[in-house]
Unconditional design. Structure first.
Ligand SMILES: [Fe+2]
Ligand SMILES: [Fe+2]
Length: 357
């Protein structure tokens, strides 16, 4: 049944018109989903819309987001809602946020947003809040409690005292390999809010947290890291089913820490390197990362994508929609108690990087 669905999604992604399929096929592909409380949602992240000058924006980043929106609009039946995982803009400019929101406005359905560091460090979220909404919030949907965090805050002294201008601050935080950066964190005010928010939630209610940086410590020099991750994890510990979905790392990662399942989402803009490229020192990266061909400059969408997510009995199944790579699924395995790449490639069976001459 899952194969049918993946094949169907891949086909719709290729641009065929959904209504051309007989209704019975749709029913077969989506039948047997279990209790009526199970549902689906879409997830698009890290578009990095970048202004060159005036109305000129970097075409490749535009096209990544446009393609994700177009493919997501072909999903039938419709997902219950969509999330955008942060880094809508490259340098937090109004023009970039406006342009990104204009592209996102074609997405059919309710969309909620997570803020990323590229959206935040120019004006500290002021324009974002006026156009999109609060930087952290929670909501309930069909028996699941969802929490959206702003995980990319940092020390006041770094934010307010170090930089001659807001754009200098933005440029410093926008770098990947960044000796001038500062570790991301959720911070005391938000932790107090989160504690209060979760107090009213029954321990058997599934909880899903959306963040931009991982709420686990992967690699500090690139800020694949949240300084107070353990404090958030401690608040999630009492729950039977807790999942964290994060952007920022621009690659597929999955991990299990105690009761908490972690999933990363792909960027629509570009991929970041895999853990083998990181310095291993001071790093406690997830044990499993899904490998695919690395970025090939001859395919502008290589190693980018968006996500179709199923909530089944409170657990998350991630279906990665990858325009220039084979679609991948990472599904919670109740026997092992961990998420698992359903087509996990051992080292010997991985596709070697492309060579061009
Ligand atoms: Fe990003
Ligand atoms: Fe980011």
């Amino acid at each position: 049944m899952n194969m049918n669905r993946r094949a169907f999604l891949k086909t719709t992604g290729a641009g065929l018109i959904t209504s051309a399929f007989p209704l019975s096929l749709v029913k077969i592909a989506f039948g047997g989903q279990g209790p009526s409380q199970d549902f689906t949602f879409g997830y698009i992240s890290d578009a990095h819309i970048q202004q060159i000058q005036g109305n000129n924006f970097v075409r490749n980043w535009d096209m990544g987001l446009i393609r994700a929106v177009r493919e997501a609009n072909l999903l039938t039946p419709r997902p219950d809602f969509f999330m955008f995982g942060g880094d809508l803009a490259q340098l937090g400019k109004k023009e970039e946020l406006d342009h990104g929101l204009e592209i996102m406005s074609s997405l059919r359905g309710k969309v909620r947003y997570v803020i990323g560091e590229h959206d935040y460090y120019l004006d500290l979220g002021e324009y974002w809040q006026s156009k999109i909404g609060p930087l952290w919030y929670s909501f309930d949907h069909k028996g699941v409690h969802f929490v959206t965090l702003n995980s990319i805050l940092t020390y006041d002294s770094w934010v307010h005292k170090k930089w001659p201008s807001p754009m200098d601050r933005m440029l410093a935080m926008a770098r990947l390999d960044n000796p001038q950066g500062s570790p991301f964190m959720v911070g005391g005010e938000q932790l107090t809010w989160l504690k209060k928010d979760l107090e009213k939630v029954n321990r058997s209610t599934p909880v899903v947290v959306f963040s931009h940086s991982p709420i686990q410590k992967i690699f500090k020099p690139w800020n694949f890291w949240t300084e107070d991750a353990e404090r958030v994890q401690a608040l999630l510990k009492p729950f039977e089913k807790a999942t964290v979905i994060y952007g920022h790392v621009h690659q597929i990662e999955y991990n299990q820490i105690g009761n908490i399942t972690f999933h990363a989402v792909m960027a629509t803009a570009w991929p970041w390197p895999y853990p083998e490229s990181y310095s291993q020192k001071a790093s406690c990266m997830p044990k499993l990362t899904v490998h695919m061909n690395r970025a090939d400059p001859f395919f502008e969408r290589d190693a980018t994508g968006w996500q179709f997510i199923e909530m089944r009995k409170g657990k998350v199944s991630m279906h990665y929609q990858l325009p220039d790579n084979k679609n991948r699924s990472v599904v919670f395995n109740s026997k092992t108690g961990k998420p698992q790449d359903v087509n996990y490639q051992g080292y010997g069976s991985r596709i070697p990087p492309q060579t061009h001459y």
